[in-house]
Design a protein around this ligand. Structure first.
Ligand code: CDP
Length: 244
């Protein structure tokens, strides 16, 4: 929750948000599986104005060898924002925020990936944020799941992600950049819809316990919508008209 702009109308008298959405309406989401010929698996997502590309490589040998695990494979995740992805040019060097988000996404994916099937190897997930507009960790996690599936990595479930939040004392689904900056709470959620397990839950802002429960409920329902689009992206590539 960054600097709050008191003049911005986040929710009007008709319950419409600053970008025209209803409180429980996600932004437009488009997911494409595949697309990068040099990656073992890939995905591209547009989540509102977020545009993110993910490439997956592996399972492959680990160098240096002592970093490998004889019992299981390891997952490595790099979340990176292009300098041009935000209004004010971002320093290309990895920031503390990018290091933290890489770790959070890795830990959110790990319960879904059957790494025990690939001892001594690594699966690398490279996330490139081309354009950011609030909610990049959720969009990136969603696309990374599709890219892992596209790479043929055995998975227990997909991880679908979206943020719930609070603006003008009202719980909302899918927090955009303005709502993140000027609103009252932002709660990114990653959820495995078949296993019914949450693998990512963060909270920036202030909520009552009741609002917290409602955010989880609204967020989980939102993740189920995202999951349908993840499945559709994979079906389009492997069984439908999608190319690539
Ligand atoms: O993107 P996400 O909501 O997961 O993470 P955040 O740290 O809450 O960042 C919220 C938003 O702030 C990003 O999505 C970007 O739109 C913006 N941002 C920025 O403008 N410049 C940065 N260096 C980092 C983030």
């Amino acid at each position: 929750m960054g600097g709050r702009d008191a003049t911005m109308v986040l929710l009007d008298e008709n319950g419409i948000r600053c970008d025209g959405r209803k409180v429980d309406e996600p932004r437009r989401i488009m997911i494409k599986a595949g697309g990068l010929k040099n990656a073992d698996g890939s995905a591209y997502i547009e989540f509102g104005d977020n545009k993110i590309l993910v490439g997956v490589f592996g399972p492959r040998d680990v160098h240096p060898k002592h970093m490998s695990n004889t019992d299981t494979g390891i997952l490595r995740v790099r979340y990176h924002m292009e300098p041009f992805s935000v209004g004010e040019r971002k320093n290309p060097a990895p920031s503390r925020r990018e290091i933290e988000i890489s770790k959070v996404i890795k830990e959110a994916l790990e319960p879904a990936v059957m790494l025990d099937k690939f001892p001594r190897t690594a699966v690398d997930v490279f996330i490139e944020v081309l354009q950011a507009d609030g909610g990049t960790r959720c969009a990136a996690l969603t696309a990374a799941s599709v890219a892992l599936a596209d790479a043929g990595i055995p998975m227990r479930d997909m991880v679908a992600a979206i943020a719930a939040g609070k603006v003008a004392d009202t719980v909302i689904l899918d927090v955009n950049n303005e709502e993140d900056q000027a609103g009252q709470a932002d709660m990114p959620i990653g959820y495995m819809p078949n296993l019914e397990k949450i693998t990512l839950l963060q909270l920036d802002g202030v909520l009552t316990p009741e609002e917290y429960k409602k955010c989880v409920q609204v967020g989980v329902e939102g993740c189920k919508l995202v999951y349908d689009l993840q499945k559709k992206a994979l079906q389009d590539k492997y069984f439908g008209n999608g190319a690539g």
